[in-house]
Design a protein around this ligand. Structure first.
Ligand SMILES: Nc1ncnc2c1ncn2[C@@H]1O[C@H](COP(=O)(O)OP(=O)(O)OP(=O)(O)O)[C@@H](O)[C@H]1O
Length: 776
């Protein structure tokens, strides 16, 4: 029986290999065509007329896009197949997918036999044969939707769904799901064979590396609905840890680009909480065939020229993230201007040989008048200049010499001559530059270091204790605002940029007019495709850009109100996808954040989705984590884990074996020992999650253990996953902030295979080493 099974499997692999060979033959032809187009374009360039040049550029563009797509080395280029009954074209769903296609009448005979009428292969890109018949259907095409959506309960026309596993050009295996097991289906006269099961399980059990993999071959129905949801408004997705929210968000970016490339040439911004999650996820998109238009940015890198990865202590973060800061910053911007030099000595100019002066008091009045209204202060400079000239004109007796009723033309001429004369004077220009300097966000941020001044600007908004903490935190910056920024400082800079209205800066890179015509950003060089340079590409895609066509927010539950304001500014005209899990929120002032989120997303209609299955954690780990969930968010339902490994989490306690001098081991020794054990047990990565306060030390404890092991502060673990996780001193993680239990829940849900909990004294471990917080 087994030998027979093997025979069927071999035959089926062989059949898929034949198909894949045909696909590669066709791809080779297309690469050849594209290369020919490129060469031909080169020849056209020599003709040199404007028409020929424009045509050449367009041709190079098209050929370049083609070559770029085709040349990319895709592991498992082809990954799926569906065998369908004859059917009528049903209605398309709102997302363009044929979900409701049913078999045609008579497709299933009364004796429950049926013939396969159509076979579709699904891959990362669509490939047509020379007669325009599809050899491979792009996974994002409507026709591919049944591959993801069909279930035994609602199979539609799908009889068999096959996942094809290949490497390079070789098919390695096939796994089938039979969706209509009640039928005896025939394909070309022979009974439809079914091989194995569990493509999803195989994918989930694989060792994790340092970058995320795509899930195109095994997207599940509830995920597919999110990926293909129409982008007309705001798509909100909630789901517990490991339900694929990040994966789904990234695949959605690829889907939207496919579906409406022109519209999203305006750019898709993916906002990620940490740089670690950015580097974990940014490899996923190119392997889906998308390049260029998607910028994945961490919250600390959303503002050009600011790059922050450091975290403030929680109490400082709460101040900086609070929406109350918007008011403080508005006052600070104006206040900083008022502090600006120049006014003390007054303004003295010589006009037409006579001295005209404005004293400090008069200047203050001019400044107050100029600052009336809400316009950004940097943009008020021309107005301030005009008001200064008015005041000087008055002081010089201009209105007396040209009273109302006198010759208006003569008066205007005199005034113009006066203004020109004053404006040309060095003394006036120097005064204006010092008295109404162009403020930069960093300069104003630095002004907040002065506790007394900050106290004034924050009156009745922040408490004195908060003022002290904030001023002290910013004392890391110098007077020009240079110095190390924290992640939360970046949102303050962005707010200030808005309040100040930074005048338009020259663009760093001139846009080629053809870029705008064709969206040439797609065309990448070999250097761009080099994975080691992806970060640069992602940065470049977001460079100088403040308004995107679509904004995807990952881990949305963690954005502070100030961060929502910052992100909101980047998608004023955009459609949105917002994914998150309230149970994993490390932000404690949820009401404030919810309000800011509502404001950022505006009144656009919302579509809500929920993801319910945990694909990351085995049930043994998920069950343990759910005990903390019950404490953190009583009543919240954890997602269902789809697999179990039989490996129960391990509980260890600090104070293990004595060292060579007989001293009991400390925390560092215990961490190292447990990390080593996990490294032996798994093939892939080990994440060691420690309280933020131990973050620096943890790196030293693990020194020399190799790059499979990573030390993480509890707040940095967000969104990441490892084959094995060591969670160090859970009680301390839980006590670090008001949201500490939720942060601990995040830490406990990172492992795909093994989990060790290391308890210290504060954890009150029982005889089995189980800490207080994790006991049933
Ligand atoms: N349909 C699927 N097929 C195979 N693997 C999947 C599928 N869906 C999710 N996964 C895998 O499950 C893991 C968790 O996915 P992901 O990180 O997107 O979850 P998440 O909801 O963002 O989790 P968290 O809230 O903890 O950040 C990833 O390894 C992902 O590749």
């Amino acid at each position: 029986m087994e030998a027979q099974d093997t025979g069927v499997r071999e035959r089926e692999i062989h059949a898929e290999q034949n198909h894949l060979d045909a696909v590669y033959r066709r791809l080779a032809e297309k690469i050849h065509d594209a290369e020919f187009l490129m060469a031909d374009a080169g020849r056209r360039a020599q003709v040199g007329t404007p028409g020929a040049l424009a045509e050449r550029d367009a041709q190079v563009f098209r050929a370049g896009v083609h070559l770029n797509r085709l040349n990319s080395e895709f592991e498992d280029f082809l990954f799926g197949r569906i065998d369908l009954l004859d059917g009528k074209d049903g209605e398309r769903g709102p997302d363009g997918a044929y979900t409701s296609v049913e078999p045609a009448e008579g497709a299933v005979r009364p004796d429950m036999t049926a013939d396969i009428a159509e076979t579709l292969h699904i891959g990362r890109l669509g490939v047509l044969d020379a007669d325009y018949a599809p050899l491979v259907i792009d996974w994002r095409a409507p026709a591919a939707a049944p591959f993801y959506r069909a279930t035994p309960v609602a199979p539609g026309r799908v009889v068999r769904r096959r996942v094809i596993r290949s490497r390079g050009r070789r098919v390695l295996g096939v796994e089938d799901d039979l969706l209509r097991p009640e039928l005896t289906a025939r394909l070309a006269g022979a009974e439809l064979p079914v091989v194995g099961d569990g493509a999803l399980m195989a994918a989930l059990g694989r060792a994790r590396g340092h970058t995320m993999r795509d899930i195109v071959a095994s997207i599940q129905a509830e995920q597919d609905e999110v990926i293909r949801a129409p982008a007309a408004s705001v798509t909100e997705v909630e789901g517990g840890p490991g339900t694929g929210k990040t994966a789904v968000a990234l695949h959605r970016a690829a889907y939207l680009l496919y579906q409406d490339r022109r519209r999203y040439a305006g750019g898709i911004l993916v906002v990620s909480p940490t740089p670690l999650l950015v580097s974990y996820t940014e490899g996923v998109l190119p392997s889906l065939g998308e390049e260029g238009q998607v910028a994945i940015r961490a919250l600390g890198s959303l503002v050009d020229g600011a790059e922050a990865a450091a975290y403030d202590p929680m109490d400082v973060a709460r101040i900086k993230g609070s929406s109350r800061m918007a008011k403080v910053l508005r006052r600070a911007a104006r206040g900083t201007l008022e502090q600006a030099g120049g006014a003390g000595a007054g303004l003295r100019v010589v006009v037409f040989g006579a001295r005209v002066e404005l004293d400090a008091e008069e200047l203050r009045a001019v400044r107050t008048a100029a600052l009336g209204g809400t316009a950004p202060v940097n943009l008020l400079r021309p107005r301030a200049r005009k008001l200064l000239l008015d005041a000087l004109w008055e002081k010089a007796g201009g209105p007396v010499r040209h009273p109302p009723g006198s010759d208006p033309e003569l008066a205007a001429e005199a005034r113009q001559a006066f203004d020109d004369d004053v404006s040309e004077e060095d003394a006036f220009q120097e005064f204006l530059a010092a008295w109404w300097p162009e403020l930069t966000p960093r300069l104003v941020l630095a002004a907040l270091r002065d506790e007394r001044r900050l106290g004034r600007w924050a009156r009745r908004v922040l408490q004195p204790r908060e003022v002290r903490r904030l001023a002290r935190s910013l004392s890391r910056l110098d007077a020009a605002g240079q110095g190390p920024l924290s992640v939360h400082d970046v949102a303050l800079l962005d707010e200030l940029q808005q309040v100040l209205g930074a005048p338009a800066r020259p663009r760093k890179r001139e846009v080629d007019p053809l870029d705008q015509l064709t969206g040439l950003a797609e065309l990448t060089t070999a250097a761009d495709r080099d994975p080691t340079r992806r970060a640069t590409r992602a940065e470049r895609a977001g460079e100088d850009r403040r308004d995107y066509a679509h904004v995807i927010v990952d881990e949305a539950q963690d954005l502070t109100p100030m961060q929502w304001r910052m992100v909101g500014r980047r998608g004023r005209q955009a459609t949105w996808t917002v994914v998150g899990d309230p149970a994993q929120s490390s932000w404690s002032d949820q009401e404030d954040a919810a309000e800011a989120r509502r404001e950022a997303l505006g009144t656009r209609p919302r579509r809500r989705f929920e993801l319910t299955v945990n694909y990351r954690n085995p049930s043994e780990i998920a069950e343990l984590a759910s005990r903390v969930l019950a404490l953190a968010m009583p009543g919240t339902q954890p997602p269902k884990a789809v697999r179990s490994t039989g490996l129960v989490p391990r509980f260890a306690v600090v104070g293990g074996p004595a060292d060579s001098r007989g001293r009991p081991g400390g925390l560092g020794d215990a961490v190292r020992r447990e990390a080593e054990l996990l490294l032996d047990e798994v093939e892939g990565t080990v994440g060691v999650v420690v309280p933020m306060a131990a973050r620096e030390r943890a790196g030293r404890w693990l020194a020399g253990l190799g790059d499979r092991v990573v030390a993480l502060g509890s707040l940095e673990a967000k969104g990441l996953e490892y084959d094995a996780t060591l969670v160090v001193t859970p009680a301390e993680i839980a006590d670090e902030s008001p949201a500490g239990l939720r942060v601990l829940y995040v830490a406990l849900t990172r492992a795909t295979q093994r989990l060790t909990i290391l308890s210290g004294e504060r954890d009150l471990p029982d005889g089995d080493g189980v800490p207080d917080l994790l006991r049933e």
